[in-house]
Design a protein around this ligand. Structure first.
Ligand SMILES: O=C(O)c1ccccc1NCC(=O)[C@H](O)[C@H](O)COP(=O)(O)O
Length: 213
């Protein structure tokens, strides 16, 4: 079954809705480079409201060590996610499982970076170009993806209810990640779009036997 991460939560009600509809994880963006940025207080409120077994992921992009540590100490997210030029060692210093986002917007030239993060719990392959913030709503060419990634792949970038079924069938990712495709405005989730997205993933899972082989 394809895991679903719904990213850029800014409201308790949206996080609860995602959990109720069947999302496995929610993302909280802490970098200043985001329209979806949450305060520590709001992040704690969202995390405290969630039911058991929903993972929380804290996102950063070239943020200071002290800032990441503060979020680790005060919010206690399940995982960290890094979107900038952070190295594998730098990401690992917090002693927490982490995802490394790889900007796939430049196409094949991004592929060597997929080998640079052996300590990552997973690689989040996103549609934007290197140096740009995530949450762009931009997809990339999935046919570039190698079939032999060493780590679980989280597919992101421009996913929505209309294309995520194809993504699951074509790429067989460990998880899919969505932000703008389930929003009415940045940071505000749209219940109908979120429900349609999760339904589409589950429908594709039901027909996709190759991924489970
Ligand atoms: O969402 C943001 O605003 C953001 C800003 C800076 C770094 C990362 C950010 N989001 C990361 C995510 O994991 C998004 O869900 C991912 O980029 C996919 O976004 P979208 O294409 O809008 O579905």
């Amino acid at each position: 079954m394809t895991r679903i991460k719904c990213c850029g939560m800014t409201r308790v009600e949206d996080a609860l809705l995602a959990a109720r509809l069947g999302a496995d994880a929610i993302g909280l963006v802490f970098t200043t480079r985001s329209k979806r940025r949450v305060t520590l207080a709001r992040a704690r409120e969202i995390v405290a409201a969630l039911p058991p077994f929903i993972a929380t992921v804290a996102l950063f992009m070239d943020d200071a060590t002290a800032r990441v540590q503060q979020v680790v100490d005060e919010v206690a997210p399940t995982l960290l996610q890094f979107h900038g030029r952070e190295s594998d060692d730098w990401c690992a210093q917090f002693g927490r499982p982490f995802l490394k986002a790889i900007a796939m917007g430049e196409g094949a030239s991004a592929l060597p970076r997929l080998r640079d993060y052996p300590r990552a719990a997973g690689l989040l392959l996103d549609g934007h170009a290197a140096g740009e913030a995530g949450g762009s709503g931009r997809a990339f060419d999935w046919s570039l993806l190698p079939g032999d990634l060493a780590q679980p792949m989280i597919l992101a970038g421009g996913l929505h209810a209309g294309n995520v079924g194809d993504a699951v069938r074509t790429v067989c990712p460990w998880a899919v990640d969505v932000a703008s495709g389930v929003e009415s405005t940045p940071g505000i989730k749209d219940a109908a779009r979120l429900e349609a997205f999760i339904r589409a993933v589950r429908a594709a899972d039901a027909e996709q036997v190759a991924c489970r082989a």
